[in-house]
Structures are given as structure tokens and as C-alpha cells.
Design a protein around this ligand. Structure first.
Ligand SMILES: [Zn+2]
Length: 384
């Protein structure tokens, strides 16, 4: 099959190109009009399918409580954002519940994830949080100090699909064996929900931490005498930085500064969307999380009665649109931040580009990033 458009995101530019797909793979990229095309998207943007590495759930449920039925629905929903890959992100929650959900996620990935967005693995955003205020909305009741044993326990529960682990490094008290262990196991380590100093972050990075969880949110800010976690995210060129670029979690100029500091290869846009995505405004009781959440008319979620954000209801295509058109982030930086950068951070090297030999996961958008079509494994995805 050949699809074409005058705006294919190829080699970091929108170019008139056609893409030949065979089975689930891109087998060639040619000049627009060279061969007879099966589908012509005219001047719509055709880009690699979006990857949302930090994504908890939607429609009243989260990965913390994932059932195989819900995972199937979630995978089938995500292509409507142009998302073709995500991580099932878990957070602080009763351990037995997490282990049960992880089992379902592992089995789903191994046996059932045949349609819809690919769930590439598990992202453990909690329960390895700090004890201080930077833990944000995550409950201290379920906090765990990470150890090799607990990493194994979680990873075994999901059949070895734990691939991205967030740690608050100050909780390790200078013993970084658990980071060494994660790296040895091929996992990627992020620093987040942390009030660590710059120096502690530096030590964790020297042990292999490679990313920062929703930079600015849930972390010690940059001060000129103590650069903090934000300073470390900006300083270490080889590290990736996630950002919820929505103008609410992060001011748009602050997002722009971070994008400039990280450049086109290390910035990652995320939604951090939670169970409230897809729900109407109102007050929701989430007993298992130990909190009540209010969803406002603007679609923002707060812990009821406070101004602590309780995650987002964002769609990644809207975040991308906001990053480019409101935050003024460089086009290539923003485009890479939802495609190739998250894949490179995770060490996945056959997704995230329109290039010969890459998987044919594609998203088609208008100028405002409204989704017009999504291809997964070379096939047009149609929600039933
Ligand atoms: Zn999160």
C-alpha cells in the first residue's frame, strides 16, 4: 500500500512524500506522486504515530486497576489521539492491587494487545515517591522505598514488562544499588516526585538515571544557589525531560525554556492523563487512591478542596498543538517530543520515525492536530 501527502514529517521537515507500507513495516519513502497512491492525504500532516510514555488511564479507570477488558478499550481509544504507543503508568496504590493489575497488563501485552495502540510496557511512577510535598497527589500511605526485591516483585508480576521506573533519589540515602540494578535489567530510570538537591540528582544520573518525570511538577525547582531537580533536568544534556505542556501544569513560557534547554532530541511531551479523561465535570470519589477528585469545566482535575493537581485529562494531540501554537516551542522539537524522543529514551529503535525499516505506525492530522486517521501495524485503525 502507498499513502501520500504534501506534508509528511520526514527527516525533520514537512515534505511532499509517499510512503510504501508492506505488512506492518515502512518499506520505502519516495517523492510525492512518483507511484500511484492508494490514499492521498493532500495537505494533511502525516507523521509517525504518537507515543505517550506517561499515561495512566481514561474513562474512570487507570492502569493501577487494569483489567484486560479495560486495557482493550483503552488501546482502542488511544488512536483517536493519534497515539499508537503508550506505557501503562502506575502510581502509589495498595501493593496487592498493583500486583493484580500488573499481572493483567503483562498478560495483555503478551497475548491480547493485537489491536489498538501498543502498550509497550509498564511505567512505575509510584510508589517510589519522596516523603516531602513534591510527592504531589500521590498518597504516602502506599509509598515504598525501592529495593531490588520490590523491583523484581513488580517486574515479575507483569511478565518482565517493567521498562521505565521513577525514583525519588533522596529516599535511597546515598546507596544507588537499586538504580544500578534497574539499569542492569535494561530498565530506564527517571527522577521524579522528588525534593532532592542537584548533587543528589547528579549522583543518581551518574548511576544511570536518564529521564525526569513531568519536569517542574512534583520536584524541587531551580534556585540560583541550589539548582535543584529542575536545574539537573536542564543541565544534563544526555537526559530526557518529560513535560505536561498544557499551560496549566506548566506555564507556557516555562515549557518553552525547558524545550530550549533540552533541544530537539531530549524533550518529551506527555499527557499524564488519569482516570478522569473522558469523564464529565463533577466530583468523583476514588476510594482506592484515598482521594476525592474534582473535574472542572476546563477539564482540569484537582484533589477536592485543594489546588493540588490530580493529573490531567489531556489528549496528546492537543498537547502537541498547544506546544507549537501557544507555547511557541520549536516545531521540530515538539514533533520529535511525541515521536522519536520517547522511543529513543526507552531504547526502542524500530518505531517513531517515517523511515524504511520502521514500523508503519502513523498519524494523520490537520493543521490544528485534530486526528484524521491513525495507522497501526500498517493498517488504518477503525474503532468499532
Ligand atoms: Zn503520572
Amino acid at each position: 500500500m502507498i499513502i501520500q501527502s504534501k506534508c509528511v514529517y520526514f527527516e525533520e521537515r514537512l515534505q511532499p512524500k509517499q510512503i510504501e507500507i508492506r505488512k506492518d513495516e515502512i518499506v520505502g519513502v519516495y517523492p510525492y506522486g512518483l507511484f500511484k497512491a492508494d490514499v492521498d492525504y493532500d495537505d494533511l500532516i502525516v507523521m509517525p504515530g504518537l507515543c505517550d510514555v506517561h499515561n495512566h488511564g481514561y474513562n474512570g479507570c487507570e492502569s493501577n486497576e487494569a483489567t484486560k477488558k479495560w486495557l482493550k478499550e483503552w488501546s482502542a481509544y488511544l488512536p483517536s489521539e493519534g497515539v499508537t504507543a503508550t506505557l501503562a503508568s502506575i502510581s502509589s496504590f495498595p501493593k496487592q492491587g498493583l500486583l493484580k493489575a500488573l499481572k493483567n497488563i503483562g498478560e495483555y501485552i503478551d497475548h491480547d494487545n493485537k489491536k489498538g495502540a501498543h502498550i509497550l510496557g509498564v511505567y512505575e511512577e509510584g510508589p517510589f515517591i519522596c516523603s516531602g510535598k513534591e510527592r504531589g497527589a500521590q498518597s504516602l500511605d502506599f509509598q515504598i522505598i525501592p529495593s531490588k526485591k520490590v523491583i523484581d516483585e513488580f517486574n515479575d508480576a507483569c511478565n518482565g514488562h517493567l521498562i521505565y521506573v521513577m525514583i525519588a533519589p533522596e529516599m535511597l540515602n546515598g546507596n544507588y544499588d537499586v538504580i544500578d540494578y534497574c539499569i542492569k535489567k535494561g530498565m530506564k530510570v527517571a527522577l521524579g516526585h522528588t525534593g532532592a538537591s542537584f548533587d543528589i540528582c547528579k549522583e543518581a544520573i551518574e548511576h544511570g538515571a536518564i529521564s525526569f518525570t513531568h519536569t517542574y511538577n512534583g520536584m524541587k525547582g531551580l534556585h540560583h544557589r541550589e539548582p535543584g531537580v529542575v536545574g539537573a533536568a536542564m543541565y544534563f544534556d544526555h537526559c530526557y525531560a518529560e513535560c505536561i505542556c498544557d499551560g496549566i501544569h506548566v506555564n507556557k513560557y516555562a515549557a518553552n525554556i525547558l524545550a530550549k534547554a533540552k533541544g530537539k532530541d531530549k524533550f518529551i511531551l506527555i499527557t499524564d492523563s488519569v482516570n478522569i479523561k473522558g469523564l464529565k465535570p463533577g466530583v468523583y470519589e476514588f476510594e482506592e487512591k484515598g482521594r476525592t477528585t474534582t473535574v472542572t469545566e476546563e477539564g482540569v482535575a484537582y484533589i477536592t478542596g485543594t489546588n493540588t493537581l490530580a493529573g490531567s485529562c489531556h489528549r496528546l494531540n492537543h498537547i502537541l498543538d498547544y506546544a507549537i501554537h501557544e507555547a511557541g516551542i520549536d516545531f521540530v522539537t515538539a514533533m520529535n517530543a511525541v515521536t522519536i524522543n520517547p522511543m529513543k529514551m526507552l531504547g526502542i529503535n524500530d518505531r517513531g520515525l517515517i523511515k524504511e525499516g520502521y514500523k508503519a505506525d502513523l498519524a494523520v492530522f490537520d493543521d490544528s492536530f485534530n486526528n484524521k486517521a491513525t495507522y497501526i501495524d500498517g493498517k488504518l485503525f477503525e474503532a468499532k
